[in-house]
Design a protein around this ligand. Structure first.
Ligand code: CP
Length: 314
């Protein structure tokens, strides 16, 4: 692949190759020396038009651990504020010859559009409700390491599915790897047409969690609710918040996941989120660095090959 814009275009063997390399980078990340020179001489620019803690920090750390020159664009202080368009901003940065552009944008499809205008590899760090591919890949790696496999598992994705790019990328990836995916949440937060993805839909947490191997919780994404249905937090926690009683309906060894940021006492009980016997939330963060190292390494290899075959010095 030239870019990483979503999970949709990836073949299961490409997903497995990326996760295998991520495993190796996870081991490197636990070592005393955490560096490699896979991106030495390359320039990585991070453009985040939406807030981020985990994704931006881990892309920056991943690039630095691989030896890239990493620049974080402060989009709030950029000429976007003076009316410059996304495309003009991208063309301006493109003229500085970056090799990797990491982009998060509030509009679905914006990152794909940008990728068509530049000469470098583009990684989607989350676009609107569309895709968040590196999140789904880090979730897949966390599951594979915890369960020893990434197929024939029952995975319940719970909460605000309608506004979630994390849910969309995950259900595509987990479906490709032949898992049984359940979506659990209030009907008002369930997108129409999900059945075409071959998933099961539940509005009762206890039924949706019954016998699950993995329970993945999602935040209420109020910033994308457009003034529509916004449930009260108390009522939502009562019906859909994950606590020990609801989790008891899943398998005894079911793991609890959350992509963050987490709202304790809304979609998840804080004590459960911190329970290292069930929760793998901190491992998800750790695997985020490894997956982003692997994704940028593989894209850089393709970039170098295509430049070499075009006769460009690399
Ligand atoms: N999971 C995730 O995308 O978190 P951030 O918004 O903090 O990057």
């Amino acid at each position: 692949q030239k870019h990483l814009l979503g999970i949709e275009p990836l073949h299961p063997t490409e997903i497995t190759t990326l996760l295998d390399l991520s495993d190796r980078y996870a081991e490197l990340g636990r070592g005393v020396v955490k560096h490699s020179d896979a991106l030495a001489g390359l320039t990585q620019i991070n453009m985040f038009f939406e807030n981020s803690t985990r994704t931006q920090a881990s892309f920056e750390l991943a690039g630095k651990r691989l030896g890239a020159d990493v620049m974080n664009m402060a989009m709030q202080a950029s000429s976007i504020k003076k009316g410059e368009t996304l495309i003009d901003t991208a063309l301006t940065l493109n003229a500085m010859h970056p090799d990797l552009l990491v982009v998060r944008h509030p509009h679905s499809g914006a990152v794909d559009l940008l990728a068509q205008k530049v000469n470098c590899a583009v990684l989607n760090a989350g676009d609107g409700r569309h895709e968040h591919p590196t999140q789904a890949l880090l979730d897949a790696l966390t599951i594979r390491r915890a369960k020893g496999r990434l197929h024939r598992l029952t995975i319940a994705i719970c909460g605000d599915i309608a506004h979630s790019r994390v849910a969309r990328s995950n259900l595509i990836l987990l479906g490709k790897m032949e898992n049984r995916v359940r979506l659990v949440g209030p009907p008002t937060l369930m997108p129409s047409g999900v059945s075409e993805f071959g998933v099961e839909v539940y509005d009762d947490m206890r039924e949706g969690l019954a016998g699950a191997d993995v329970v993945m919780m999602l935040r209420l994404q109020r910033e994308r609710m457009d003034g529509g249905f916004i449930p009260s937090e108390r009522e939502y926690y009562h019906r859909y918040g994950l606590d020990a009683e609801k989790l008891s309906h899943a398998k005894d060894d079911a793991i609890v996941m959350h992509p963050g940021p987490m709202n304790r006492g809304v979609e998840i009980d804080g004590t459960l989120a911190d329970d290292i016997n069930r929760s793998v939330i901190q491992e998800q963060v750790e695997m985020g660095v490894a997956v982003r190292m692997a994704a940028m390494d593989l894209l850089a290899r393709n970039l170098r090959e295509s430049r070499a075959s075009a006769g460009v010095m690399v």
